[in-house]
Every structure is written in structure tokens, then in C-alpha cells.
Design a protein around this ligand. Sequence first.
Ligand code: 5GP
Ligand code: ZN
Length: 113
Amino acid sequence: MEDCIFCKICGKEIPAEIVHEDEKAIAFKDIDPQAPVHLLIIPTKHYDGIMNVPAGNDIVAHIHTLAIKLALRFGIADTGFRIVTNCGSQAGQSVNHLHFHLLGGRSFKWPPG
Ligand code: 5GP
Ligand code: ZN
């Protein structure tokens, strides 16, 4: 989608520290990390957010399977990690291309702020 920063990262129009690529998804380091490990995992196809994924589409399962592999690879599986998707302005979604944060390497509080 035009003017979508994450579509531009998928298309290599703007740089990012990409750590994984496959036919459905890419993962890259967040530009403003909130934890020692902070990756963003996104579908290569544009969806505005989690509400826009058609029923029956397997992209969310694909991304969660990938998140587990990345948690193992980045050494945060044993100590614990979070997978987060913000949906809508009140939840803090700032980029309207579906993305999942994979965060680890420190303790997290609950409830989230
Ligand atoms: P949201 O606030 O929508 O849940 O998360 C968007 C995330 O994208 C933020 O954590 C922000 O730091 C990250 N981000 C925004 N623009 C860029 C960018 O150009 N490159 C990278 N690597 N991360 C970005
Ligand atoms: Zn996009």
C-alpha cells in the first residue's frame, strides 16, 4: 500500500534490520526498542490491523509460529517474552500495517500501561 512505512520496509524501499524473511512475513528490529529484544513481525501483505484479517486466513498463526522460532533464536524463550499487537488508537497502534511486537530480555509488569 502506498505511503505505508511497513510496506516500504517489505519492498526494501526503506532500510530496516531484517532478521527473517519468508513468503508471508518478515521480522525486523524495532527502531525504538522497548526491551533488549524488540522485534516486529509483519505480514508482507498489507492489512490495516488485526480486525482486517479475513476469517480463515492463516497469517496470524504463521506469525505466532515464527515468533516462537525467533524467541528461541534470540535467547528469550527460557526467561519469558511477550507477543503484543496493538489495535486502534486507544491501544496505541501507531502504524496501520498489522504487526506483532516480540519483546524479551527484561521483566514486564502486569497490567500493561
Ligand atoms: P505500534 O505503536 O503501532 O504498536 O508499533 C509500531 C512500532 O513500529 C513502534 O514500536 C515503532 O518504534 C516502530 N517503528 C515505526 N517506524 C519504524 C521504522 O521506520 N522502522 C522500524 N524498524 N520500526 C519502526
Ligand atoms: Zn502496509
